[in-house]
Design a protein around this ligand. Sequence first.
Ligand SMILES: O=P(O)(O)OC[C@H]1O[C@H](OP(=O)(O)OP(=O)(O)O)[C@H](O)[C@@H]1O
Ligand SMILES: O=c1cc[nH]c(=O)[nH]1
Ligand SMILES: [Mg+2]
Length: 211
Amino acid sequence: MRVLEVDHPLVAHKLTVLRDKTTPSPVFRQLTEELVTLLAYEATRDVRTEPVEIETPVTRTVGTAFTKPTPLVVPILRAGLGMLEGMTKLVPTAEVGFLGMARNEETLEAITYAERLPADLTGRQVFVLDPMLATGGTLREAVKFLFRRGAADVTCICLLAAPEGLKVLEEELAGTNVTIVVASIDEKLDEKAYIVPGLGDAGDRLYGVAG
Ligand SMILES: O=P(O)(O)OC[C@H]1O[C@H](OP(=O)(O)OP(=O)(O)O)[C@H](O)[C@@H]1O
Ligand SMILES: O=c1cc[nH]c(=O)[nH]1
Ligand SMILES: [Mg+2]
């Protein structure tokens, strides 16, 4: 497993506004999209491509195209949905599948309540979108599920990660082809397993408090 913390002033600035508790939902949604586009630029560095011959107005030349099947993007509902637009802007030909997962706030166990993915992911490159990597339980289950379906490699794009959650993933996903791309590795988790300093509940800040 590889972890890449993206160090860029634009990322740091947008993240600061995102963390601010006075930032309202519409701005939060816009900034999430913008941050994902910046992170996706780094996260897609190893996307599979092949040479393609094209004709410019001047001459024939060889360019670059995505290898088929194109990457599969998997936002983890709810909060990951806020990252989808930012990703598909950059990779418009990607296919999109969905995983609905929620962390039980008492047991901290992640449950899967929805799944809409191709049955066979053999050899596929998958990009998982989830803004928060806290205890790591949600991403651990999501990534294991994708490998069981045959995925070749999985890149997770997150806004924030806690060191505790990264440690869990390092241990449980050791030796697998997983990359975590994150805007910031924060300090720690608090007693409710929220990321500190964090940004609060990403799903609630994007979409309002869930019933
Ligand atoms: O690393 P973990 O400890 O598993 O926590 C991280 C998960 O918690 C949040 O989702 P949540 O369960 O709040 O669902 P939501 O997106 O519907 O708000 C977040 O979006 C992650 O999916
Ligand atoms: O800080 C956290 C932890 C889990 N989920 C969130 O949305 N925020
Ligand atoms: Mg939530």
